[in-house]
Design a binder for this molecule. Structure first.
Ligand SMILES: Cc1ncc(C[n+]2csc(CCOP(=O)(O)OP(=O)(O)O)c2C)c(N)n1
Ligand SMILES: [Mg+2]
Length: 188
């Protein structure tokens, strides 16, 4: 079966997680698509610091143990900060779901090939200590994997097709995004 599109992966993630979950999304089109279609005070976009969404998510998960933290990462972003999964696997927060949207490329740039096909993120995640790992390429499987998330440090490798819409607005008012996120954390 054909792999899902980025649009479908993002729609499935945002429709399946709870409204109380915090969402930290990576640099480029992933954050821009979430911002344009699913902007909310529970979201933090990481537009300028490629690779750091999972590190920020880990810090948040540790400091807010009652809040579920969903990291929406990209394959090249994860490759750029691969050590982050070792730290997550070591710390094993009980409330972190790390989803990697893998299109095998720097999709937000000129679609240069990444090295995700030889990185075996799923095996790495298991080896370093994530307690639950799934690989999916369709919306139903992605939805089920998200619904299986209960407690732990969990990893979903969501394989998607390269391509998709590119003309999304950029999240620019990041101070406002941060302030409303802090309020969201205090109120939920
Ligand atoms: C530190 C840093 N380096 C480079 C960039 C430029 N940049 C933005 S998005 C991106 C590619 C991200 O690729 P991936 O994580 O696979 O997500 P995709 O674009 O494929 O959805 C790059 C290189 C950046 N924002 N920050
Ligand atoms: Mg990519």
């Amino acid at each position: 079966m054909a792999k899902m599109k980025r649009k479908e992966a993002i729609e499935t993630i945002m429709a399946t997680i709870s409204h109380e979950d915090a969402v930290i999304s990576t640099t480029g089109l992933i954050s821009r698509e979430i911002f344009e279609k699913f902007d909310s005070e529970r979201n933090i976009y990481v537009p300028g610091s490629m690779g750091l969404a999972s590190s920020i998510g880990l810090g948040l998960a540790i400091s807010c143990p009652s809040k579920r933290v969903i990291v929406v990462d990209g394959d090249s972003s994860l490759l750029m900060n691969l050590g982050s999964i070792v730290t997550i696997g070591n710390k094993q927060p009980t409330n972190l779901l790390h989803i990697v949207i893998d299109n095998g490329a720097y999709g937000s740039c000129s679609e240069e090939k990444s090295m995700s096909d030889s990185a075996h993120f799923d095996k790495l995640a298991l080896d370093v200590g994530y307690q639950f790992v799934r690989v999916v390429d369709g919306q139903e499987a992605l939805k089920h994997a998200i619904l299986e998330f209960s407690r732990g440090s969990e990893f979903i490798l969501a394989k998607i097709k390269l391509g998709g819409r590119r003309d999304f607005r950029r999240p620019l008012n990041l101070a406002n995004v941060k302030n409303r996120f802090m309020l969201f954390l205090r109120q939920t």
